[in-house]
Ligand binder design. Sequence first.
Ligand code: FES
Ligand SMILES: [Fe+2]
Length: 415
Amino acid sequence: MNGAQAAGDVWDRNDLKLDGGRVIDRRVYRSKDIYQAELAQLFTKTWQWVGHESEVPAFGDYLTVQLAGRPIIVARGEEGRLRAFYNSCTHRGAMLATAAKGNCGGSFTCMYHAWSFDTAGKLESVPKAEAYGAELKKACYDSPAVRLDTFCGNIFVNIDGKAPPLDEFLGASKQHITEATEGQEVLGRVRWKLEGNWKLWHDNFRDNYHPMFTHQVLTFLYQGVEIKGENHDLGGGHSYMKFPPQGSGDSYAKFVQRLTGRAYAGAPAMGTPDKQAYHVIMAVFPNLDIQFGGGNGSPYSSYSVLEVVRPISVSEAIIEIVAFGHVGEPEAVRQERLESLLSIQTSSGKVSADDTEAARRCTIGLGASEAMRWSNMGRGQAPGMSGAKNDEYSLRGFYSEYKKYMGDILRSENN
Ligand code: FES
Ligand SMILES: [Fe+2]
C-alpha cells in the first residue's frame, strides 16, 4: 500500500510533521551501514536487469556485469540457452572475461593459468593437471550458476536465488515493459560514473516535478500550457508516469533545433507508424527505468530507452543507458536514434547533464543532513496510489517497498 509504514517507524517522527511515508530520511543517501545493507538485502535479493537477448543472439555470445560487487557472466550456450555464472576463475579468482560483451568462441580461458570453462561455467580443462595428482576433483571447480530468467527478451538475474519468480516480482510493471520492448532490439549502450548515491539518480526518474525547472532545453515547452498526465505507484516498488508531449509542433521544431543545432525538417519515417502521442517514464524496482512513447511528430517518436543505475560505493554509481530500436529498421533511423540518445541522455546530453548536476548538488548539500535530516516527497493529496503527472506517488511507492527490504536498519537512530 502506498506509504505503508511499519509500527514504530522512526520516519513517522520526522521534524517536517508529515506522515512517515511522505519523507525520506537523508541517511539513506550517506550512511555506509545502510549502503552495505542495500547490497546484502536489496541488490542480492531482487531481480536485476542485465541485458537483452538481442545483445547475445549466437552461441558463445556473452555479456558481463558487476552486481553488488559480484562479477557475473551471462552467456549463450550451444543449445541456445542463456546461463549466468560468476566471472571468477575457481583456481585463484581471476576474472574470466573483461569485455562488456563479446563472443567467447565456446569457452572462457583464464589469462592467469589457462584453466578453461564452458558457456555454463563448467570447468573443461586444466593445463598440466598431473601435478595435482588425484586431489583435483574437477567437479568442485565449476563456477557457480546464478539464477537467470527472461521477460519479453529482457534478461534478469537474482544473486541469492530466493527472489519470487520473475513474473511475480515484475507484477504490474510487466504490461509496460512489454509495451516498451516488444519487437525491439538493443542498438547500443552508454555508461558513465555518477558522483552521488545511486538513489539520487533513481529518485530523479520518478520525479516529474523537476523537468520544467531543471532542464533549460525543455522549459519553454511548459510555458503557458496546462500540464496533464498521470503518476502511479504500481505496487511492488514499481511506478508509471504517462503524459502527453508538452508544447506544440512548432515548439518541438524549436526543441530539436536547440538539441541538434540543425533546422528541423520534419519527422523522418521511424519504421513504426505513430498511433498515439504520449511519453511514459516507468521505474522497475529497485534500479531500472524505462522511457518510451511515440507519436508526437518529433524524430524521437516511437522511442524506447532503458536506464539502469548500479552503486559502486555509497557515493558513486555506474549509470548505463541502453537505446532500443524496432527490429528491421533502416540503418539511417538507427543512427538517428543513437545520435538522439547521445545529445539528450548521456553524461554530456542536454537533459541528463542537468540531472547529473542536480545529483552532484544534492550530494554536496546532503552533507548538512545532521542539521536537516528529512527530505520531502509529499506531492499529491488524493488517497490511494495514483495522481497527476507532477505528484510523487511513484517516489513514495519506491520507498515503501525499499523499507520492506531494508528492515530494522532504517529504524535505528545510529547509522
Ligand atoms: S586464476 Fe585462473 S587459472 Fe589460475
Ligand atoms: Fe531530469
